[in-house]
Design a protein around this ligand. Structure first.
Ligand code: AR6
Length: 172
């Protein structure tokens, strides 16, 4: 498994799958979710709207993942996962965030994805401390690659130099 850091807009990447930091309704929103929905076009919302609800307004519970087509993106697939909202770290946030990475990688492998890009899940609106989130992201991707079939290329796509530096440091 080759792990890389990319600084810039995840929607521009020519990979088999990009991961979206979504909300439980898969309704679109701000941040990376908004960027992905804008770039993918209206077909993405239509596809999300027919994904089954597991409880009122919840198509994807926190820590789980769902897959759709990439629509107008170069990426063939979008894997939507819902990160935890940070409440101080004692509310299961680290385990939920770890599940986001594992469940996304499981879906990726099941769909024959050879290259995948992750944003910094939960590090924006959801308020997860970036250093902690980056360490979980790197640890989970590496641990997955040690024991499961895995995409040959994993990219951590991030906005800003300071976020990229955190990933590079964690990967060293
Ligand atoms: N490419 C790469 N990274 C990006 C991009 C982009 N185009 N845009 C933002 N980021 P956030 P969350 C970074 O808030 O915290 C949405 O409204 C951003 O700088 O997108 O999981 C959803 O609908 C940050 O480091 O996701 C949910 O309601 C990281 O992506 C909620 O936000 C994640 O920030 C999810 O919140």
């Amino acid at each position: 498994m080759r792990i890389e850091v990319f600084e810039g807009d995840i929607t521009a990447l020519d990979v088999d799958a990009i991961v979206n930091a979504a909300n439980p309704a898969l309704a679109g929103g701000g941040g990376v979710d908004g960027a992905i929905h804008r770039a993918a076009g209206p077909g993405l919302s239509e596809e999300c709207s027919v994904i089954a609800m597991v409880s009122p307004h919840v198509r994807c519970p926190t820590g789980e993942a769902r897959i759709t087509g990439g629509h107008r993106l170069k990426a063939r697939h979008i894997i939507h996962t819902v990160g935890p909202v940070w409440h101080g770290g004692r509310d299961g946030e680290p385990e939920r965030l770890a599940e986001c990475y594992r469940n996304s990688l499981r879906l990726a492998v099941d769909h024959g994805v050879a290259s995948i890009a992750f944003p910094a899940i939960s590090c924006g609106v959801y308020g997860y401390p970036p250093e902690k989130a980056v360490s979980t992201a790197v640890a989970e991707v590496r641990a997955w690659g040690d024991v499961h079939d895995a995409p040959a290329q994993v990219i951590f796509a991030c906005f800003g130099e300071s976020m990229a530096a955190l990933y590079r440091q964690a990967l060293r």
